[in-house]
Design a protein around this ligand. Structure first.
Ligand SMILES: Cc1cc2nc3c(=O)[nH]c(=O)nc-3n(C[C@H](O)[C@H](O)[C@H](O)COP(=O)(O)OP(=O)(O)OC[C@H]3O[C@@H](n4cnc5c(N)ncnc54)[C@H](O)[C@@H]3O)c2cc1C
Length: 434
């Protein structure tokens, strides 16, 4: 069997794999990217039909290429985002091999590097970069009822309203996915119950600037650590309909029923925590704090941007907030489906190395793992808040490529020093002068 050899193997050709390829190339590191499906597959087949990017085209991109067919303030469709990464890979001539799955990576014993088993044969690599995505395995919490009468899907499987049966729907989770799906279902004429947990909801735009701009100039994308206690706080933003602020009370005034966090299912009933009002209040505080920070930034820097006092108006509480529903009979309310917008976990079963903690989470510092030669890129908070997003992964990939180049320099020195030592040790050639 022929064994292919490569210096650095990148697993996955989403945005993280493409960014890795660009920076490895810039550092002159020979590498190969293996992708089990197609470039940017997640943007093609793991998102709902109407999804657009959460950030505007001027922002949600790599530095080296613009969305030249879009208004900079527009929100690219998921197909356009996938096409963007395909074009980017072409532009940098990225050595990507698609349709090849990496099945296992094991450290070699007694010699450097890793043996990589793929669907297309064995590869020997000195280094492996896992760029397999921050959102791999859909997570549905164990409270999900075992009830054949209910259609239950994860947000990763949701495509459009026609996919769901007649009847009302409960959407569990009100981060960016849950709230957008709930609104689309409501617009399609469905009765929608939205289970809202703790969330941040930045203003889509304020005083003429998008929230991506505000979080950038305020340094929030570069925050290196989550605020303590906010690990389970989702962020509710949307680029749908040209982009608008998520306002849960307005959704409720439009006919959606809000409930607190989903607690349990039993005897055909679902129960909810009594935390809805608190979650909305905390979301409002987050929203208003962003306006305060923006006003402060404008004042300190003497920037001329129009005032927007109306942004501070919070609609009155709808009835579902002032008189919260704590229990629903599924049959009586006509709920026939549940969309679980409850997040994802990672799956590194193929990476058989010592780079994980006792909970199976990657152990790393800015993507450089505790197993020399193994790297992670694209994970949430890998180095900062922006790490799992398009513009953030590009910077993390650069850091990792720099680290790889530095390691290669040490090894190159060692090889050269060895060669010199061997030269010195070998008998001098006799030179006869006549
Ligand atoms: C609904 C949703 C909307 C989002 N919207 C935005 C947005 O608007 N803006 C933004 O900046 N971010 C957004 N994100 C976050 C992030 O940008 C995306 O999740 C993005 O897809 C992450 O890119 P990635 O390259 O890290 O991972 P992925 O895109 O998941 O790519 C990983 C690749 O690895 C491949 N792979 C996995 N295992 C193997 C294996 N064993 N062998 C070979 N190949 C393998 C997969 O097929 C996949 O193509 C969104 C995320 C979600 C879930």
């Amino acid at each position: 069997m022929t064994v292919e050899r490569i210096d650095t193997l990148v697993v996955g050709a989403g945005q993280a794999g493409v960014a890795m390829s660009e920076h490895l190339n810039n550092q002159g590191v020979p590498h190969l990217v293996l992708e089990r499906h197609r470039i940017a597959e997640a943007w093609r087949t793991r998102r709902w039909d109407s999804l657009v990017a959460n950030g505007p085209a001027w922002h949600d991109r790599f530095p080296g290429l613009e969305f030249d067919d879009l208004d900079p303030d527009a929100f690219a469709s998921k197909e356009r985002v996938a096409a963007y990464f395909e074009a980017y890979a072409r532009k940098i001539n990225a050595p990507i091999r698609t349709g090849v799955e990496v099945r296992s990576v094991e450290r070699n014993t007694g010699r450097p590097g890793f043996t990589v088993e793929t669907s297309d044969g064995i590869i020997e690599a000195n280094r492996v970069v896992a760029a397999t995505g921050p959102f791999q395995t859909p997570v549905i919490p164990p409270i999900a009822p075992d009830d054949e009468a209910l259609t239950q899907i994860h947000s990763a499987e949701y495509r459009n309203p026609e996919q769901l049966p007649e009847g009302a729907v409960l959407v569990v989770g009100a981060g960016s996915s849950g709230v957008q799906i709930a609104e689309e279902l409501q617009r399609a004429g469905k009765r929608v119950y939205l289970s809202v947990g703790p969330h941040d909801r930045p203003p889509r735009a304020y005083r003429g600037r998008d929230f991506c701009w505000w979080l950038g100039v305020l340094g929030e994308w570069d925050a290196e650590m989550m605020r303590p206690g906010t690990e389970h706080v989702t962020i509710a933003v949307s680029g749908a309909d040209g982009g608008k602020t998520i306002d849960f009370r307005e959704l409720a005034h439009g006919g959606m029923t809000l409930v607190g966090r989903t607690r349990a299912f039993a005897d055909g009933k679902v129960t909810f925590e009594s935390d809805l009002a608190d979650n909305l209040t905390a979301g409002d505080e987050n929203y208003l704090s962003k306006l305060d920070a923006a006003d402060d930034y404008i004042r300190r820097n003497g920037i001329d941007l129009p005032e927007e006092p109306e942004a501070r108006a919070i609609p009155p509480d709808p009835q579902c907030v002032s008189d919260p529903i704590l229990e629903l009979d599924l049959a009586e309310t006509g709920i026939t489906s549940i969309v679980w917008a409850t997040g994802f976990s990672v799956d590194y079963h193929w990476l058989k190395v010592d780079a994980f903690d006792e909970n199976g989470r990657p152990r790393h510092q800015r993507g450089v793992s505790s197993e020399p030669g193994v790297y992670f890129v694209g994970l949430p908070w890998l180095s900062r808040r922006g790490s799992s997003f398009i513009w953030g992964v590009w910077h993390d990939a650069k850091h990792i490529a720099d680290h790889i180049a530095t390691q290669r320099k040490y090894l190159a020195y060692h090889a050269e020093a060895q060669r010199r030592a061997e030269d010195d040790a070998s008998p001098r050639r006799a030179v006869t002068v006549v």
